[in-house]
Design a protein around this ligand. Structure first.
Ligand code: GN1
Ligand code: MG
Length: 361
């Protein structure tokens, strides 16, 4: 059990008016940023989370966005479960204990999460859920959501941060990564693509999830269908490419996010994912956006690889690790997938029926 939870428990219990004790709490989830627990109180099941304020400097804003998203989803015909929080006795969305912010959400029962898609059907179901999420939020004005992390998916900013990490060079790790440095040089030009498409008004900024890895989609144990899209912390203005791309990187390699030796691009999974996504949100996408989903995938796969490698060079201070070189393996996995997608781009594009008819960015 984490020491933060132990030291903050008395305040958490009092704030949320709970009667259980630490014995009724167990860690769940596989997130790299927040600490997450399953808590049982009087036969009610909750998810307790410590919102990491090193990453989210203003957790209040995260919760304001959360409320706005829930309100909007309830007004649409969004077919999945909507996350619900329990407020504190004093009617706050967060309990503050020793400077740390804790929130309590209703647990959605009888569900599992996956670390990768086992087969095409998983990919179709999960991507269909993300499509519903994107579709339902496509008419929420961006001005109603406050960005919680500036430049979160700004590739140029991430490359600048990468350059800083080269100077940090924790334990001389840069010298072990010649191949990865070559990949970064080769793909750095992707940083222009979204700014150009935006300037040419070919893509629409909209409220998107920004973290659609497969473990953020709850799957029903009984039906095998998606029940909820969870982890709304980074829901912010962005582009459809971010959510499509994050699915590709987390659904398609059989080994998930951190097994470079198991990072083969599974064509059937990519195809099912794309079909599942378009089945629920094609109507809210512009033709140019649909035709360029794979460019979006390249951008996000590359960007997250860059972020993992930066963290490796910084000494693993951002993404939680459970073993040595895990961030390096995460970066290698992204880059291996990126190279496969890139080298066969026109072929995938054709087979997915995403061939460009409109002008290029
Ligand atoms: C982080 O917290 P978690 O695990 O949902 C990260 C995402 C990365 C992801 C990689 C706020 O998400 O951007 O894509 O790890 N979240 C933040 O697995 O940086
Ligand atoms: Mg997240």
């Amino acid at each position: 059990m984490d020491t933060n939870l132990k030291s903050d428990w008395t305040v958490i219990k009092e704030s949320f008016d709970l009667s259980c004790d630490l014995r009724h709490i167990a860690p769940i989830g596989s997130g790299h940023i927040n600490e997450t627990y399953h808590l049982v109180d009087d036969d009610k099941h909750w998810v307790l989370q410590h919102v990491n304020s090193n990453v989210f400097p203003n957790p209040q804003i995260v919760q304001q966005n959360f409320d706005r998203i829930a309100k909007h989803l309830k007004l649409t015909d969004y077919p999945l479960e909507i996350l619900t929080i329990k407020r504190t006795k004093n009617d706050h969305s967060l309990a503050l204990a020793n400077g740390r912010s804790w929130r309590l959400m209703k647990l959605i029962p009888n569900c599992k999460v996956l670390d990768t898609a086992e087969h095409g059907q998983d990919a179709y179901n999960a991507a269909n859920a993300v499509g519903h999420f994107n579709n339902a939020l496509s008419n929420l004005p961006c001005s109603e959501i406050t960005p919680v992390i500036n430049g979160f998916h700004d590739l140029q900013l991430r490359l600048n941060q990468f350059n800083q990490s080269l100077l940090k060079n924790h334990n001389n790790r840069v010298s072990l990564c010649k191949n990865e440095l070559e990949v970064i040089k080769k793909f750095a030009k992707l940083a222009d693509w979204i700014p150009k498409a935006k300037a040419n008004q070919l893509i629409n900024q909209r409220v998107v999830h920004n973290d659609t890895k497969i473990s953020n989609i709850l799957i029903s144990n009984t039906t095998g269908l998606a029940k909820a899209v969870i982890d709304w912390d980074t829901v912010m203005p962005g582009y459809c490419f971010y959510d499509y791309g994050d699915m590709v990187r987390s659904f398609v390699p059989a080994g998930g996010e951190d097994q470079p030796e198991n990072s083969e691009l599974r064509w059937d999974v990519l195809q099912a994912l794309t079909e599942g996504y378009l089945s629920s949100c094609a109507d809210s996408l512009l033709p140019f956006e649909k035709e360029n989903l794979l460019v979006g995938a390249e951008i996000i796969i590359f960007m997250i690889g860059v972020r993992f490698l930066s963290d490796y060079f910084n000494g693993d201070i951002y993404f939680r690790v459970s073993r040595e070189n895990q961030n390096l393996d995460r970066a290698k996995t992204q880059f291996a997938l990126l190279e496969q997608l890139h080298s066969n781009y026109s072929n995938w594009q054709q087979q997915l029926g995403l061939v460009s008819q409109t002008k290029t960015a």
